[in-house]
Design a protein around this ligand. Structure first.
Ligand code: PRP
Length: 217
């Protein structure tokens, strides 16, 4: 067997849990990670020569671009926002949601008439790209770090660009989806050099995971 480690950077939380469940179905597991109370961030499976890092989503593409992780699992939103170099090889089919422009009904007119609007978002790059390059509209972007729905409610912005999953956060705050930017889900990304150097091993993993996602559809 190849004596190099295959290293995964996983997005801490639900995405990592679901990824590990899928890998478990393929017989790839890591005993140490099953301890829910652990604060460890690196886990090793010596038998299978695997390593797992748990990190914040936006850092996953960074680890993969720099090659300290061969493989990453991260949301499409984060991939788009971070703009790092890596191959996106597989839609894992979970973590499905949508990136949307949201706001009060009253903001619809401003969007239609391409007025200069204020857009609050955790995703300034995605927001800017959508408005400038797809809608040819100039906007003011205000970067927020969470609870973005507050933006239009308190009068900081006209609309927000944010993730919508069930829609309940919007509903409970009197906001609505005004435009859909793109669908999102968890994706597997691969370092460009690793893809060449460990091609067989990584390709086999992609093929097996793809079969699982097809079965789960
Ligand atoms: C995300 C997103 C929305 C919410 C959407 O926030 O930013 O606020 O989930 O989900 P829903 O459509 O099912 O209500 P998250 O919970 O990650 O927290 P944050 O607001 O701190 O970013």
């Amino acid at each position: 067997m190849d004596d190099r480690y295959l290293t995964f950077a996983l997005t801490k939380g639900r995405l990592a849990d679901k990824t590990l469940a899928m890998l478990g179905e393929l017989g790839i597991s890591c005993e140490e990670m099953l301890d829910k109370n652990t604060r460890k961030l690196i886990f090793v499976n010596e038998d299978l020569k695997l390593k797992f890092f748990l990190s914040k989503g936006p850092d996953v593409p960074t680890y993969v671009e720099y090659g300290v992780a061969d493989i990453g699992v991260v949301g499409k939103d984060t991939i788009m926002e971070e703009g790092r170099r890596a191959y996106e090889v597989l839609d894992l089919g979970f973590g499905k949601c949508r990136m949307c422009v949201c706001g009060p009904e009253s903001a619809r007119d401003k969007l239609e008439h391409h007025e200069m609007i204020k857009v609050a978002s955790k995703y300034p790059r995605i927001a800017k790209d959508y408005f400038n390059n797809r809608k040819f509209q100039t906007i003011d972007i205000i970067k927020l770090n969470g609870s973005v729905e507050l933006g239009p409610i308190v009068g900081l912005s006209d609309v927000i660009v944010d993730i919508v999953e069930t829609g309940s956060t919007l509903k409970e705050n009197g906001l609505t989806v005004l435009e859909e930017i793109c669908p999102l889900s968890a994706r597997m990304i691969v370092n460009q050099v690793s893809m060449k150097m460990q091609n067989e091993r990584i390709q086999e993993l992609i093929d097996n995971l793809r079969k699982l996602t097809e079965k789960n559809e």
